[in-house]
Ligand binder design. Structure first.
Ligand SMILES: Nc1ncnc2c1ncn2[C@@H]1O[C@H](COP(=O)(O)OP(=O)(O)O)[C@@H](O)[C@H]1O
Ligand SMILES: [Mg+2]
Length: 204
């Protein structure tokens, strides 16, 4: 089947092939060959496992196949609107709805101890009024409140850095959705600590 490159990242190339998106982790020639093979195999497996776990609780692309030899994951192609390109142009009402949904999905992931690790709007696709989370390449399993707070903090920074003059309102909407988490209060308190630490680091 004909393959068309969607994106060439630092770690992986993403192809489109028919109804599929294929994420292939590419060789790093600066690494010793055997080690490089192991790392790419481990990361491919780890991302696929997290996607499969997440698929039981929030919208994510279905994993069709894991190819450990080629170091690739074959996913359903989510034909929708990437939020990094589109969120800024939506009405305030639509932005609100989307951000609340994002918060709810993060709460569900966190209540299952899944840390996404790279919560940015480039890793979210809107399709049929649902927000699909992609790219669990930096994800991991953890029960720690600190890890959950940092996950949220990264999204806040992404909203602030990316565009969105009203990022504060958008992040408040995310927190409205996140309220469904069993650990809402604890994570929010920890988030304040994470942010104080961040400011402290910037100043000294
Ligand atoms: N299942 C998918 N459906 C549609 N587009 C996808 C899918 N997976 C990846 N993409 C596209 O490829 C880009 C890069 O994929 P991603 O998994 O985020 O890789 P990276 O780790 O390089 O950021 C995404 O931002 C998105 O545009
Ligand atoms: Mg990505």
């Amino acid at each position: 089947m004909q393959e068309k490159i969607i994106q060439r990242g630092a770690e992986a190339v993403i192809f489109m092939a028919g109804k599929n998106a294929i994420k292939r982790r590419i060789k790093k020639s600066y690494r010793i060959h055997e080690l490089d093979e192991k790392i790419r195999k481990f990361r491919t497996r780890s991302e696929a496992k997290l996607l499969e776990k997440a698929s039981k609780i929030i919208p994510v692309p279905k994993v069709e196949k894991i190819d450990e030899l080629k170091k690739e994951i074959v996913l359903d192609f989510v034909a929708g609107q990437k939020l990094s390109d589109n969120l800024g142009g939506f009405s305030r009402e639509k932005q609100g709805e989307i951000c609340v949904k994002i918060g709810e999905s993060i709460a569900k992931l966190h209540d299952s101890d899944i840390i996404h690790g790279d919560l940015t709007t480039s890793n979210m696709i809107l399709k049929n009024a649902e927000v699909y989370f992609i790219d669990f390449g930096l994800g991991f399993i953890s029960r720690k409140i600190e890890d959950k707070a940092v996950d949220l903090h990264l999204l806040k920074e992404a909203l602030e850095a990316k565009h969105f003059g009203n990022w504060k309102i958008l992040f408040d909407d995310v927190l409205k959705g996140y309220k469904i988490s069993k650990d809402f209060e604890k994570v929010l308190k920890q988030l304040e600590k994470v942010e104080k630490r961040g400011r402290y680091k910037e100043r000294y």
